[in-house]
Write a protein that binds this ligand. Structure first.
Ligand SMILES: Cc1cc2nc3c(=O)[nH]c(=O)nc-3n(C[C@H](O)[C@H](O)[C@H](O)COP(=O)(O)OP(=O)(O)OC[C@H]3O[C@@H](n4cnc5c(N)ncnc54)[C@H](O)[C@@H]3O)c2cc1C
Length: 496
């Protein structure tokens, strides 16, 4: 059977591409490597926070219902386009492709409203980045919305819509290469439960993730040691889409030696576990200390809100001896720790004195740890008040590395410590695309007829670092664009 558009993958970007293609009149087939039980890619593991530009409550109302009472009792802040663009540029050391990031920033809100129209339900992000200040709920970090049910919820909503409108989906179907005629992509070669199968279409959208689950490619592109990290999400993102596109001359683009990686339970399984989701992560390190095997600190834990450091600190943990770090807290901050510090499956020790704790931190030099804490406690600025809802400037003086915000002496037992290693989320290297259509560009900068890509496969957006909540929105923005363009191109090819 011939289709107008084949979408490879079934995560958020793929579902958005399929829905947009169908909305533009295409007959769509989705091919998913995973079984129906394991479908949904990294999107299904996502916590579900979504970052987009908004100026106030009226913008947020396009995405979710907000009652008059909620409005009166909340400070939603804003995330202006200018601010979001500054964040994209600063975090990527001014390397982000300006057209791609503008597209992401300018289309985010419209795309969120489109997702809502496609059945997704969004809610206020109470749990992760808000606090009650002077009787009002204050949202900080410019991200007051999350999808109901997290990434799994998003996949379920879009999946339900796709099924309702008759999009065909085949599981256990791993696409291995692209079919071409006269230079145009006209289908895919796949393997379905051990059998070779070909599928033909006028356009193909690749939305099948990066190479984060592939240790060989990680070591090759990210560097030595990256084969040793844990994978936070799907085991199916093996770099297949990137390889098949490069094989037909697609241009690689972006930060191929870079990735998003965070602190993750040291003894978590090799790949993500959907029943645990993102909860092996440990993102409250901003309120404590990160300690390596020598008992030393090695990053500024309080440089910024975790949203702006967590995606690169996983790599810093990987670079420590034996690739681990303990996160250490005292009881003053226990109530501020996120939900992931209260799950059953985690590597945690507690003690009533620092000396006792030092003996419990597996793999850590106890004397080194105790000296680090003494030096740190002495360096904390005592005259600045602690406030977790702003960058409070309560830092340290005279130690390296400094802790710039939320620095309080570690002096109030009981002490809790959590052992982490590096968990990779997704890789930054991708393909060069046309910025108006999502069409893949070849190494000589000509568009490849019939080929589009979206999601993690788009290169050029992220370099070195990443702002939390950007992955799902970028998957939706670029997925929607690629799906629409693929459908329109399929229609045009009929006319010709
Ligand atoms: C633990 C975790 C938490 C996260 N939290 C957030 C968050 O809160 N907010 C946010 O914005 N982002 C978050 N992210 C990042 C976000 O999930 C990803 O950036 C985004 O979901 C990627 O979407 P995608 O559609 O490009 O890829 P995916 O969702 O990974 O989809 C890729 C699809 O391709 C399929 N596939 C792979 N190879 C083949 C093949 N050869 N043939 C056919 N199919 C194939 C896979 O099975 C999968 O269905 C998180 C990620 C993880 C892992």
């Amino acid at each position: 059977m011939e289709y107008d558009v084949i979408v490879v993958g079934k995560g958020n970007a793929a579902l958005c591409a399929a829905l947009a293609a169908q909305e533009n009149g295409a007959k769509v087939l989705m091919l998913e490597a995973a079984s129906e039980d394991e479908h949904g890619g990294n999107s299904r593991f996502a916590g579900g926070v979504m970052r987009f530009a908004y100026t106030g409550v009226e913008d947020l109302r396009r995405v979710t219902d907000i009652s008059a009472e909620e409005e009166a009792n909340s400070d939603f802040g804003s995330n202006t386009r200018e601010h979001f663009l500054d964040v994209m540029h600063e975090l990527t050391q001014y390397r982000t492709d300006p057209d791609l990031s503008e597209l992401l920033v300018n289309s985010g809100l419209d795309t969120m409203a489109w997702l809502r129209a496609k059945g997704a339900k969004f809610i206020l992000n109470h749990g992760r980045q808000s606090g009650i200040i002077d009787g009002k709920r204050v949202y900080f970090g410019n991200m007051p919305i999350e999808v109901n049910g997290g990434g799994a919820g998003l996949v379920d909503y879009l999946d339900a819509t796709a099924k309702k409108i008759g999009i065909e989906i085949l599981y256990d179907t791993r696409v291995g290469s692209l079919m071409q005629e006269n230079g145009a992509v006209c289908g895919v070669h796949a393997e379905q439960k051990g059998k070779a199968v070909d599928f033909r279409a006028k356009s193909v959208v690749l939305a099948c993730g990066g190479f984060e689950a592939n240790p060989e490619m990680r070591a090759r592109y990210l560097g030595p040691g990256w084969d040793l990290c844990k994978v936070r999400g799907s085991r199916f993102n093996m770099g297949d889409g990137l390889k098949m596109a490069l094989d037909i001359g697609a241009a690689p683009y972006g930060n191929w030696s870079g990735c998003h990686a965070t602190g993750w339970d040291r003894y978590a399984p090799e790949f993500g576990d959907v029943s645990v989701g993102d909860q092996f992560q440990k993102h409250s390190y901003i309120f404590g200390l990160l300690i390596n095997a020598e008992g030393k600190r090695f990053v500024d834990e309080g440089y910024d809100f975790h949203s702006f450091t967590y995606a690169k600190y996983g790599g810093e943990v990987l670079r420590q001896p034996s690739q681990f770090a303990w996160q250490v807290f005292d009881s003053k901050v226990t109530k501020l720790l996120r939900s992931e510090y209260r799950i059953k499956m985690m590597t945690k020790v507690s003690a009533n004195t620092l000396e006792e704790l030092a003996t419990k931190l597996e793999g850590v030099n106890p004397d080194g740890f105790l000296k680090t804490v003494r030096d740190y406690n002495a360096a904390v600025k005592k005259d600045v008040p602690f406030n977790h809802t702003i960058k409070d400037g309560k830092g340290t003086a005279g130690i390296e590395p400094p802790k710039s915000n939320w620095a309080q002496a570690l002096d109030t037992p009981p002490y809790d410590a959590y052992s982490t290693t590096c968990g990779i989320t997704f890789t930054f290297g991708g393909l060069r695309i046309d910025k108006e259509t999502g069409q893949v560009i070849n190494v000589h900068f000509h568009p490849i007829r019939g080929l589009y890509c979206a999601g993690e496969m788009v290169g050029g957006l992220f370099y070195f670092n990443y702002a939390s909540g950007t992955g799902l929105v970028s998957g939706a923005v670029f997925g929607r664009m690629a799906g629409r363009s693929a459908a329109l191109a399929a229609k045009q090819s009929e006319v010709i």
